[in-house]
Ligand binder design. Sequence first.
Ligand code: ATP
Ligand code: MG
Length: 637
Amino acid sequence: MAYWGGGGAGGWSGPGEGMGQRRGAAGRIDGWNYDDLGKVYDAHLIRRMIPFVTPYRWHSIFALISMVIVSLSQYAQPYIMGRAIERIVDRIGAGESVSADIRNFGQLLVLLAVISFIAMYTQRRMTGFIGHRLLREMRGMMFAHLNRLSMRFYDNEEVGRVMSRVTSDVVTLQELLTSGALNVLADFIGLALIIGFLFALDVQLALVSLAVIPPLMLFMWFWQAYAARAFIRTRMAIATVNSNINENVSGVRVVQSMGREAENLRRFDRLNTNNLDSNLYAARLQAAVMPLVEILSSVATLLVLIVIGIRTFNGDIEASAALGFATAFLLYIQRFFNPVRDIVLQYTQLQRAMAGAHRIFELLDTDPEIADAPDAIELTEVRGQVDFNRVDFEYVPGVPVLRQFDLHVRPGETIALVGHTGAGKTSVTALIPRFYDINGGELLIDGVDIRKIKLASLTRNISIVLQEPYLFSGTIADNIRYGRLDATDQDIRVAATAVGADEFIDRLDRGYDTVLHERGQNLSVGQRQLISFARAIVADPRILILDEATANVDTHTEKLIQRALDTMLKGRTSFVIAHRLSTIRSADRIVVMRDGQIAEIGNHEELVAQNGIYADLYRMAFTHLTEQEAATERTEG
Ligand SMILES: Nc1ncnc2c1ncn2[C@@H]1O[C@H](COP(=O)(O)OP(=O)(O)OP(=O)(O)O)[C@@H](O)[C@H]1O
Ligand SMILES: [Mg+2]
């Protein structure tokens, strides 16, 4: 909203798309995406917004009444002034005393000012009250919804777009629901009042002063066509600048290590200058409005004065009436252009708010793909038997990822999944916590169809350690406790000790109370992994899924991790996407995957004896390892 810099006297924040704007089929004009602007009035959207405001109906009614009072008291003022002048001049002409009149009118004006003050204060307080509560409510709703949405939603959405809905779209919508709607209403009421007062004063003069409206409308019409385009350009420009800054800050290590500072600055400068240019262009357009309004109001003033002059000259009206008319009309003409201009300018605000509302409801309307079936059951004592019965699975319709995948895992068994990149290992493990639903076959846990199990009881029994551990800001203890809030400090210590993380945690100054930065950046990769292990086992899951990290860690941490793995896997049904030979060898069974199918299955000795894919992989890894060991020896020796 600040993209347009300052605003006119009306407090507007952006020009809008003209009513006569041609819209491309795909909502694009000149390559600019018009997603930013929606229909000004969308009955369906409005209906959706009503429930948000109904809890505040009394506040809204108060705000509305206050607004009408403000308008009335403001727009009655010129009328009263005009009448006052007429009366007073008349009395002076007749040689009567005017002190009583001056006092009466003075009191009336003061009273109006006080009423207007109170009403305006009430209006602002009410809209503030509603607005901030709406924001809190809508954000809370969206946050809850985002956490419920399925993986498929996140596969298809950009983080930035999701974020902007929760941060800026809600603000636009909130403004629409509070001050925006009220302002437009106030403008229309104001306009109607002014026109009413003008005609009440004098029909001919009213028509004369309104004569300048058509040219103003015509100008605004043409102006909007350019302004809308300029407006979109500024929005796009600042969005690009922001995302560029964001990318550079997040990737600053790579930037510096690759020596890209100068090149990146050059690229940024281009975007930054583009932003400047679009804003300057927009400012030029905006600058054209005020002078025009000034000119037109001068013209209207002139016309009114001429007509009054002619009438006085012809003796049609008294001098006192002429003076009164002139005062009232001039004051009205001055005020008249504010609502006119505001309405035109609010047009864009409305469009943007509608577009924002559309995006918000689109998000809230996205149902979590995966939800509890009505007859879903609670799994209390999970043994940990997992059966894939000829499972078919695809992310994208028509592109099978798993085909007739058939695997039967006994409780407590450790399965190592190996295979080339893209073979479908991660996909197999994503089905067990039901991040995605299968497309064919059956997936059973303890003999129960996974779709018949309550999601909460499913996740309670499964822990997942991702390839890239994701730690949250907070202390180490908070992070280990993440999945089981009732874990005691003792539980946390036990878990950390079991995976061998206690050693390095105890060496930290603040131990378990050490505060982690975003994503745990102040720990080493191996340390982050150990913490994510501790986090996984503190929940004591029956089924453990582990995407083993390929990252190289030092030999000491490597040993710790290996020991941790042994502890973690013991007594649990485990699926390990394994890269370490030691993990693979110690698995009960190794599943070799190829193109979403099981190519080979068996333990290490069996598979080596089969002399197939696994044997090849093993030999390659083995020779690779021996070379590495030889190299280490050479450098050390
Ligand atoms: N979210 C997704 N949306 C669409 N396709 C996906 C998605 N995730 C994976 N795929 C596709 O599914 C196939 C299997 O991917 P998967 O991640 O299971 O492989 P992987 O065996 O774990 O590979 P890697 O060893 O590299 O981790 C790949 O062809 C991949 O392109
Ligand atoms: Mg993977």
